[in-house]
Design a protein around this ligand. Structure first.
Ligand SMILES: Cc1cc2nc3c(=O)[nH]c(=O)nc-3n(C[C@H](O)[C@H](O)[C@H](O)COP(=O)(O)O)c2cc1C
Length: 312
């Protein structure tokens, strides 16, 4: 049986969001008798914000030790459901022009899976439902960003306003069917992980949130190459003290210059390739300088932003 986790982030169990999720579930069940749907109402569970103890990074099994439904050293009810699914449908009401805090908390507590890599490539769809001012498109892009952060395979999403609810119900059913096909394949053929980070970045290029522009913005202080990058500024100011961190920073500077060169030529394929390399060096440089000794007390697990293969 392919297991679909249908996750309701709204406290209103019979509200607009729940109605859309219910149609998505109906759609999924229509696809095959081999689909099993577990409806998860997040408000029925107890889980609190991450405390940054970093146990999940150091732990060989990458479990969470908080004493709640997402923790208990891998025995928490939610943790197990999340881990054992073949696909997720997340349905979330729009709060404060974005996703609800319940939805954010859910993704935050998936942090252990960043280190285990166990969710990488898992199919997922999302539904964001607004009833008032809207901003449902901002909300669904944000959820897509979190899917990217834990390396899910974001398939599709709905940004719904209640004013076209009847149409949205039909779309939700279709969304459920679509997810079911991917969940069946996940169960039968095995998980389709991304070959590498570059493939993941490219996969997300046509999704509601794509990493390219925000990451260019991030590393360039918002200048997209017209000013010194974040790495070059840090180098010139002598902010990084560890020799190994400085070496990584220098490599990041060079890779980012290539990314900017291709970006200015509108060659996004190559720009992405070098941006991913720059971001990987940057991630490892900052880990060494700010995290390894002071906070985490361990090197990054191997699945996390691996360094380019030609790294000596
Ligand atoms: C704290 C809070 C913030 C909200 N912010 C928005 C908003 O930014 N835009 C909007 O259209 N509706 C907003 N709403 C209305 C919700 O989107 C609406 O309650 C929800 O979409 C309907 O889903 P439900 O039936 O599951 O509650 C807000 C509601 C709450 C409780």
């Amino acid at each position: 049986m392919a297991k679909i986790l249908a996750i309701l982030c709204s406290g209103r169990k019979k509200g607009y969001t729940a109605g859309l999720l219910s149609e998505a579930i109906n759609g999924a069940k229509e696809v095959s008798n081999s689909i099993e749907v577990d409806l998860l109402q997040l408000h029925d569970y107890k889980f609190s914000p991450c405390t940054s103890c970093f146990h999940c990074i150091r732990d060989a099994d990458h479990n969470c030790i908080l004493d709640d439904d997402f923790g208990k050293n891998g025995k928490g009810k939610l943790f197990q459901k999340v881990e054992n699914a073949n696909g997720w449908i997340i349905a979330d009401p729009v709060y404060m022009w974005g996703p609800s805090s319940q939805c954010h908390l859910f993704f935050e507590r998936c942090y252990p899976f960043v280190w285990s890599g166990k969710l990488e490539g898992m199919p997922m769809v999302s539904i964001s439902c607004a009833t008032n001012q809207g901003m449902h498109r901002l909300a669904y892009a944000e959820i897509c960003k979190w899917a990217f952060a834990i390396s899910l395979r974001y398939i599709d999403g709905l940004a719904v306003h209640a004013s076209y609810y009847q149409d949205a119900l039909k779309e939700a059913k279709h969304l459920g069917r679509k997810l079911a096909e991917f969940a069946l394949s996940d169960e039968k053929d095995g998980r389709k992980k991304f070959a590498n980070d570059e493939e993941k970045y490219i996969y997300y290029m046509d999704k509601p949130w794509n990493a390219f522009i925000p990451y260019m913005d991030n590393l360039s202080h918002g200048s997209f190459g017209w000013q010194l990058s974040m790495m070059e500024t840090a180098l010139r100011r002598g902010i990084f003290k560890r020799e190994d961190a400085v070496d990584l920073l220098k490599k990041s500077v060079e890779e980012f210059k290539e990314a900017v060169k291709y970006y200015n030529l509108n060659d996004y394929q190559n720009a992405t390739k070098y941006l991913v390399r720059a971001s990987s060096y940057w991630t490892h440089a900052t880990w060494k300088e700010f995290l390894e000794e002071q906070a985490i007390k361990s090197a990054p697990p191997s699945v996390y932003r691996p360094l380019p293969k030609d790294e000596k």
